[in-house]
Write a protein that binds this ligand. Structure first.
Ligand code: HOZ
Length: 416
């Protein structure tokens, strides 16, 4: 009934083999499949569930909102509540617009950057994924990288002719592009910590370099914080690295896992969005009351408990990543790891992994074997070498120790 049996390609387990479990329930850091198998979950709906599955305050907020009606296609007070909360955490954003997914957020941010600069070209980076809008499916990460698809069928080359895909972590190539396409580049869009070719952090000064170049060239810098927002720090990667992008995009994380996204930035740019300005974007479910209520309930807790939550998930993630690395070393398995706070990836190669070129040298067969053994042992990792894993505030020391023990077992049966 559904192509590949899935509504998003990575879920089909094509790159790791085996049949994907169908998940029926989640609580805290654990999920259960339809056969009642229990797993420690390191996907967390691809990042947003920092407080774990079925968090009571988030559930109460959703139920409370649902009792008053699920959608009006009209403005509700909860939109202002969530906007206030997000803008409070991201002071570089003076205004924002809610949409229903990260794909809509990035697509709209790029349209806005083009409207603002009156330029056509955009710069993205190989292995970064910014949703499935036509112009962004060029050398993309996530499922596109996992399935080894060069781009996507159905996208006319005319739709991607203004997309320049450059190597990540390489400033000279950005300088070159700005020279070659002088006064023609509307924006640079980047995942400040890449999650979609596995976790790949920006090198020291890389983001500063992007900021300086875009400022000098009057081009818009867009941070795609769909994964990193409220994850690597309460104020996202821009707080962690102290960089001020012009526009920021966000996704499911600001809806506590419900379908939502947002793009925002300086007042000067955002006031070009209709009805104030000529850049059009709209949606019946934009600012949906259930998503707004869930987002408020989650972000409120992250804000009030940030001194406790962020150090905790950073420490536990460090323990986990290092524990698995030690197990690999003891077993003679070639493995390297990247981690920023609670997002991380183990790459099956000696590393270092700094861009798509190096990420793609990973031994995906070994990853698949590791993934399946871990799944059998009750550990649910992202089913792709090229997706980041996430740990949340409900993961326990016991979860981490069980995961390390499972990895030891998995490595005992493999060498690469
Ligand atoms: N693009 C998502 C993570 N990078 C995967 C979404 C999904 O398959 O659910």
């Amino acid at each position: 009934m559904i192509p590949g049996g899935v509504n998003s390609p990575v879920r089909a387990f094509r790159s790791v083999g085996g049949d994907p479990p169908f998940i029926v329930r989640g609580k805290g850091s654990h999920i259960w499949d339809a056969d009642e198998n229990e797993y420690i979950d390191y996907i967390g709906s691809w990042g947003p569930l920092i407080l774990g599955h079925a968090e009571p305050n988030v559930l109460d907020a959703i139920v409370g909102a649902a009792c008053n009606g699920t959608s009006f296609g009209a403005s509700t007070p909860s939109e202002a509540d969530l906007a206030e909360m997000v803008l409070g955490a991201f002071p570089n954003m003076q205004k924002l617009r809610f949409v229903s997914s990260g794909t809509e957020a990035t697509m709209s941010a790029i349209r806005l950057a083009r409207a603002y600069t009156k330029r056509k070209y955009i710069v993205k980076f190989e292995g970064c994924y910014h949703g499935h809008a036509d112009a962004l499916l060029v050398k993309a990460g996530s499922g596109v990288a996992t399935l080894g698809i060069p781009g996507s069928a159905g996208v006319p080359e005319e739709f991607t002719m203004f997309t320049l895909a450059l190597p990540f972590n390489n400033l000279p190539s950005v300088e070159y592009a700005f020279q070659k396409f002088k006064h023609q580049i509307a924006c640079v869009i980047v995942e400040p910590v890449v999650g979609n070719m596995g976790c790949v952090p920006a090198a020291d000064d890389y983001l500063v370099g992007l900021r300086l170049i875009t400022q000098r060239e009057h081009s818009v810098l867009i941070f795609d914080e769909v994964m990193t927002g409220f994850r690597v720090a309460f104020g996202g990667a821009q707080e962690l690295y102290n960089i001020k992008p012009d526009l920021t995009t966000m996704g499911k994380i600001i809806g506590g896992g419900l379908p939502v996204g947002a793009y925002g930035g300086t007042k000067e740019i955002m006031d070009l969005v209709a009805p104030l300005g000529p850049m059009y974007q709209a949606g019946t479910l934009s600012g949906n009351p259930l998503a707004m209520a869930a987002g408020c309930a989650m972000l409120k807790q992250l804000r009030d408990r940030k001194e406790e939550i962020y150090p905790k998930i950073d420490k536990l993630s460090g323990e986990l990543v290092n524990g698995v690395m030690t197990a690999a070393r003891d077993a003679g398995v070639s493995l390297c790891a990247n981690r920023v706070g609670s997002m991380f990836t183990w790459f099956f190669q000696k590393g270092p992994v700094t861009d798509w070129d190096s990420a793609s040298k990973s031994n995906t067969e070994s990853f698949g074997k590791f993934f399946r053994t871990m799944l059998d042992a009750g550990v649910y990792l992202p089913p792709s070498q090229y997706e980041a894993a996430f740990l949340g505030a409900t993961h326990s020391e016991e979860d981490v120790q069980r995961t390390i023990a499972a990895a030891k077992q998995a490595f005992a049966g493999m060498k690469n």
